[in-house]
Design a protein around this ligand. Structure first.
Ligand code: HAM
Length: 473
């Protein structure tokens, strides 16, 4: 037995279905926003992250998995994906013709040597988007609104969007000077990390989580007092547009983000599960005005983006029962009554699979009772039984496991028969009140919650019948 490496975890079986569901939902939504998929390497040159995420960030100073390869090159397992995406956009000259913007989405593993705790792993997965070639504050709004509506689509209500502006270079220069002055008289009493941060980049002190230091940080100057008119105007345009879109936010002037490449708008999505658990930010991002130029792209080219932690999304969605719509069952379970019928079972299995029915077969010589038990465990819609009579008549017994009705069906009619049964089943659901609209006449009942916060489908309607059973109007 080998133990997992600390801070890593297996994503298997039903858990993996949940990851796929979350990733697919985000990918499909990103396609609506006209983002294109980018797959970049997990290993990059270490200096890419030193340059972009920044030498003064905790990520570069303490958390990177860096090693020398056999050719003595310093390589790092990516701690985040933005830098690799921008490197790829620049290397592939996608901005060279000034055909802005380039819109990328990505999903994959990241690595940070952090102290493992709830929602914090050493290997974790991110989904994210980047917009390279931003020339309007409304592109920032596009990125923020993508994150907001994508999280809504996954079922998150009562999201908290925290937003702030770090301003342009001049705003931050003035702000840094003010912070340097302020912290000069406190830095000796602060933690060793903050002493280091004071020398490297005083802004990073604002990220310190140590209680005693936070007391000092509380009274530090605020960035909002140092924004230039241009930055104020940019930020206001973003806020006005969020208002127009009905996206609620909270301005948090302590939000500075831990990566060095940000300028102007930065944001984080927070959420507390119904169990009262919070796993840190579900997703976060912001604008970057220098990153593209620093990685070798056009000097004046700006960008913005965001990334979400899939582990955190899945944990909160599990807590809040937001995976009820994942169908992990199969269509057919084939049950040969004797081992000698296995070849026939395999032929039928192939026919079904090639016709789009998710199917499994019993080849372990189990009893009929044990096979039925397995069919239920697999959440099969139909049990298909093959015995001697069926072989002789080239037929199969189809038992519908939801209503327990069974019929003998000729193999040549099997696909048509199963299609019609499944259609009839779906027809029933279409008439069901679940597909109707609720009182507000806006939300589909399926996606709404009742007064007690329970999912409507599993609740009772006014007549005290189950919503699912009631036929439309
Ligand atoms: P970040 O805030 O470092 O930003 O990470 C984004 C998200 O990844 C976090 O909100 C969190 O959900 C998840 N995450 C981060 N660290 C861990 C961890 N150790 N375990 C589990 N989940 C984690 C970035 O990475 C930026 N690249 C975002 C961005 C994109 N900014 C502009 N474009």
């Amino acid at each position: 037995m080998f133990n997992l490496v600390k801070g890593t975890h297996d994503i298997i079986l039903n858990e993996a279905d949940k990851y796929t569901y979350v990733e697919q939902t985000l990918i499909q939504f990103a396609e609506f926003y006209n983002f294109k998929e980018f797959r970049t390497p997990i290993i990059e040159s270490s200096d890419l992250f030193q340059r972009s995420v920044g030498d003064s960030s905790d990520i570069v100073r303490k958390e990177m998995y860096t090693f020398l390869d056999k050719g003595d090159r310093s390589i790092t397992l990516r701690p985040e994906i933005t830098a690799g995406i921008i490197r790829s956009i620049v290397n592939n000259k996608l901005l060279a013709l000034g055909d802005y913007p380039v819109k990328a989405y990505y999903v994959g593993p990241c690595f940070r040597y952090e102290r493992p705790q709830q929602g914090r792993y050493r290997q974790f997965n991110q989904f994210g988007i980047e917009i390279a070639g931003v020339t309007s504050p409304y592109r920032d709004v596009e990125a923020i609104s993508f994150g907001y509506f994508a999280l809504k689509l996954l079922g998150f209500e009562n999201l908290k969007l925290k937003i702030n502006s770090l301003g342009d270079d001049e705003s931050r220069k003035n702000y840094r000077e003010a912070l340097n002055k302020y912290f000069a008289s406190y830095v000796d009493q602060m933690c060793d990390d903050c002493k280091e941060r004071y020398k490297l980049n005083v802004l990073r002190i604002l990220d310190c989580k140590i209680k005693e230091d936070q007391e000092i940080i509380k009274n530090a100057p605020k960035i909002s007092d140092y924004l230039t008119d241009k930055s104020k105007d940019y930020f206001q345009k973003v806020l006005n547009s969020l208002d127009e879109l009905g996206i609620e936010y909270e301005i948090d002037d302590g939000l500075v983000r831990g990566l060095d490449y940000y300028s102007d708008v930065v944001f984080e999505f927070h959420y507390t599960s119904s169990k009262g658990l919070s796993y840190g930010a579900l997703g976060a991002g912001g604008h970057y005005n220098k990153l593209i130029g620093e990685i070798g792209g056009p000097k004046d080219c700006e960008g913005c983006g965001l990334a979400m932690g899939i582990e955190r999304l899945v944990s909160v969605m599990e807590d809040d029962g937001l995976f009820s719509n994942i169908d992990d069952g199969i269509d057919c379970y084939i049950m040969p009554l004797s081992q000698e019928f296995q070849p026939n079972a395999l032929n039928i299995l192939s026919l079904l699979r090639l016709n789009g029915f998710k199917s499994e077969v019993s080849l372990e010589g189990k009893s009929l009772k044990a096979m039925f038990k397995k069919a239920l465990k697999l959440n099969a819609k139909f049990a298909l039984i093959i015995g001697e009579d069926e072989i002789k008549t080239n037929s199969i017994i189809c038992k519908n496991l939801s209503n327990q009705e069974q019929e003998s069906i000729l193999i040549e009619d099997l696909v048509r028969y199963l299609d019609s049964q499944i259609d009839a089943e779906e027809e029933h659901h279409h008439e069901c009140c679940c597909h109707d609209h609720n009182e507000s006449d806006k939300d589909c009942c399926c996606h709404a919650h009742d007064d007690e916060g329970k999912h409507c489908c599993h609740n009772q309607n006014e007549d005290h019948e189950c919503c699912r059973e009631k036929k439309g109007n």
